[in-house]
Design a protein around this ligand. Sequence first.
Ligand code: APR
Ligand code: PHB
Length: 398
Amino acid sequence: MRTQVAIIGAGPSGLLLGQLLNKAGIDTIILERQTSDHVLTRIRAGVLEQVCVDLMDEVGVGQRMHHEGLVHGGFDLLFKGQRHRIDLNRLTGGKNVMVYGQTELTRDLMDARKASGLSTIYTAGNLTVHDFDSHQPRVRYEEDGVKGKKANEIECDFIVGCDGFHGVCRASVPSGALREFEKIYPFGWLGMLSESPPVHEELIYANSPRGFALCSQRSQTRSRYYLQVPLTDKVQDWSDEAFWQELRLRLDPKAREQLVTGPTIEKSIAPLRSFVTEPMRFGRLFLAGDAAHIVPPTGAKGLNLAATDVKYLSSALIECYEEKSEAGIDHYSERCLRRIWRAERFSWWLTSLMHRFPENGEMGQKFQEAELDYLINSEAGSRSLAENYVGLPLDFGE
Ligand code: APR
Ligand code: PHB
């Protein structure tokens, strides 16, 4: 088998890249370890920057997002029992964010790929990548055949690792060729998706003495809530009732009163991590999305960074095919990393500001309170938060 670009992973990065390249007439095969149903069971964040919304429109799959997504012009910061609205729209000169679940976005991209008859190989087992330091890279994998496992090989011009943090592509680069930066936070997020109306029409980010809480949503009838929990906690330790009770204790009196509980659809604990790989290219192998970087979810930047990585990469690959110029692919890593480090800094900062860090002592706590006070009461402070939250334009700094 042969293709121009072999894409490993059918998460949002791989699927969006496939659509962007297809639009330019570039042939791709996507190889995914799981089934499509499995990919669609993963619940992830759901706040899209305008840049991400525009990319969905660019590849012609924005229709359902515009219909079902919720446009938010601000969010609330809860601190010392009081809520303060960060008016994103006013502070950024008219920008908003779109609340639309990553699962829905992934489904829209999958449906579009299927409708265009493009090749996606699900349940690709034992995938390995080869010869990406040459002009003839290859991907090997096992397919479930009638007589058991069947070994297959794909020849291509480029391999793109969109295979997430635990994927095979980054791990296949010779040790010493990549530099990794990592910070692990001393707590996790316990998330709950619930069949209940959201407590508030916009998101509430709560800094409470009992730890961070986030009130998010998927629709008018579906809420998504998170609690900061110790890394040692297990999901099974948290009954639904215990979750609701703890959430109430971390909210302000009005939200506590308005909170409506409902059946749980999903509950899970995720660790928080900041992680960056440099560079994001090795020969004819590129990394994009979670394969190259992880942000803590506090700033909701993970999906947005994945989307901009693949936009930059698709432009570079199109330039390479159409103009026979490698300038774009040579610049890919540097171009992405500048944006990634900006989002990494913002996500780390917002995480530091909103969570409890007992190990930082009383002094750390006082600094946090003073910073929140500044943020809320200074136009410059609020604007800086808003500017980073809505995200940078695609061509920032160019
Ligand atoms: N072979 C084939 N597929 C693989 C392999 C492998 N060896 N390893 C991983 N995969 C697949 C995973 O099963 C998954 O479907 O790669 C896909 C990676 O998808 P994501 O983890 O969703 O990563 P990405 O597409 O970069 O999306 C980034 O996801 O984690 C969130 O916050 C993050 O929103 C961001 C988004
Ligand atoms: C979510 O809706 O899952 C969500 C929203 C905002 C965040 C993180 C997660 O910052």
